[in-house]
Design a protein around this ligand. Sequence first.
Ligand code: GLC
Length: 543
Amino acid sequence: MPILLAAWVALSTPSAPAGAPLPPPARDPLEAPRLAHISLALASAERAFDGAGSRRGEPAAVLGSPPPGRRGGAPAKVGRPPSPAPAALGAARRAALVRRAKAVLEANRESFPATTGEARFTAPDKERYPYQWLWDSSFHAIGLRHYDPARAADELRSLLAAQWPNGMIPNMVHARADVLASRHWKALHEAARERRPGAALRALRGAVSLWFQDKLFGALHNAATRSSGITQPPIVAEAAVEVSRALAPGAAAAFLREVYPPLRAYYDWIDRERLRDGLMVIFHSWESGTDNSPRFDPVYGVDPRRYEETRYNLFKKLPALLAFKGSGWRSSSRFAVKGVDMNSYYHKNLLALARVARDAGRPDEGAELEGRARELKGEIIRQLWDPARGAFRDLGLVGGRWTPLETETPFGFLPLYAGLLDRGDPRVAILVERLTDPAKFWTAFPVPTVALSERSFDPKGYWRGTTWLNVNYFLARGLAEHGYAAESRELMERSLAMVERGGMREYFNPRTGEGYRARQFSWTAALVIELDEALRRLAVPGR
Ligand code: GLC
C-alpha cells in the first residue's frame, strides 16, 4: 500500500519547478484513472521483480533499479580487494569473445510488423529491454556493419522510421506488445507441458515485465507514435557514416541519399528546439543516456547522500515524462542541463552530417553544417570549459540559474573524441593526465562513470561509478585521435578483458570487472566487435 500511495502522489504531483527562465511546458491533461492504473502496475511489478531479481543476487529489474543494498549514504566499499589490471587477451580468446558477441546480437534480433512497415532492429536485451532505443541502435549498427552491413543499415532505417513529424527521434520506440507477449505465452505453454517449472517461471516473469512496461510507457509516452517524447545522444549521423563505409560503393551512395533528409530533419530539430545560448540542452536525464549520473543530482534537487533509486524514479523522472508526450511541448522548466557529453556528440555529428550532405551531392548544405559546428565549438569552449579547474563541466539549471555541475565524471573528457580541441592544445594533456590517473579513472577495469575520489562513487551503481563499454569506445577514440596510441590500446584491451571476465553484461565493476544487470546486452556485444576490429587495424601497419 505505501508503494501504491507513493506512486499515486509521485505521478499526480510533479516536482516543483526550478524557476527556470524557460517557457512553461505544454502538458497533456492528466487522467486520474490512468494514473491509478500506473501506480497499480508499478506496485505489482516492483513486487514481482524484487523477488525474481534477488534470485541470482541480481538487481531488481524495474526501470533503472540499482543493485540492492546501495541506498545512498557514504560511498560504497568493494567487497573484495581490487583485481590487478588484466592482461591483454590473445588472438584465440579474442576470436571466441567476438563469436559470443555475434551470438548475442543474433539472440536479440527483432523483426515484426510496425505502423511504419517491417521494423528490423536489435533489442538491447530481449528480456529486460524489449524495445528499440536511439543510441543503442546506433551502437548496434556500428558493430553490425563489420559482418552484416545490410542489417546495420536496416537497424538505422527502423530508427529513422520512428521519427516524429517535427523531426525529433525518440529515445524509445515501442515494439508491438501483442507480438512480444505471444512469445512469452508460447514459452510458458511449452514449459508447462514439459513440466519445467524454472522455464515456466521465467516465461511468466517475462510476460509480467512486458505487460508492466507496455502499460507504463503506453501511459507516459505519445500514444499516436507509440514512442517517447524525449531524445537521446544524437550519434545517429556518425553511425550512418560508419555503416555507409561498409557498404559497396553504389549501395553506400544510395543509403546516404536515403538517410540524409530524415537525419537533416533531426539535427534541424535540435537546432530549432534545443539550443539555449548556442548550446544543446536536455530536459530529462534519460536524454543523456546516463540516467542516474550523480552529476544531475543538484538539478533534480537530490542529495547524493540520500540518493535512493526508486524514489528518484517515482518522484522525479517518471512524472517528468508526461510533459513531453504531446506534440505541442517546447521545453520543461523542471530539469535543464547543457551537457559536455551531449554537446560533444552534437558537434561530432554535425560534422558527420556535413559529410553525408556532401556525399549526397549537397555541398552547400555541407558547408552550412560545418559553419554550425564551428559556432557550437566556440560556445562549448566559452561556456563549458572552466579554466580555474582545468576541466570541462556541465551547466545545470539550479534555482533558476545555470550552475556548474562539479561531480567529476569521464563525460568531461568527451571533447577529446569530438574534434573540439586541436592536437597541440595544452588542455589535451591536462585531460589525459586526469583520465589516466589511477586514483580517479584508470582502475583495473576503466573507465568508471564517476571518479573514485567522488563521494557519490559507487562501483555497482547505475551510471554512478560502473564502467560501460560505450563510454570506453568514445574515450579510446579520443585518446587515439590525440596521439595517445598506447593509452587507447590499453583501454581497448582492458575493455575486452573485462567483458571476457564479466560476461556480455550491461555494465561492470571498475575494480573487479564483475558484470551487472542485462545478461545479453547488445551494445556491449556490438562494441566488442568494434574494439576488436580497431585493435586489428592497429596491428596492421599502414592501415
Ligand atoms: C537504460 C540506459 C540507456 C539505454 C537503455 C536501453 O535506460 O541508461 O542509456 O539506452 O537502458 O539499453
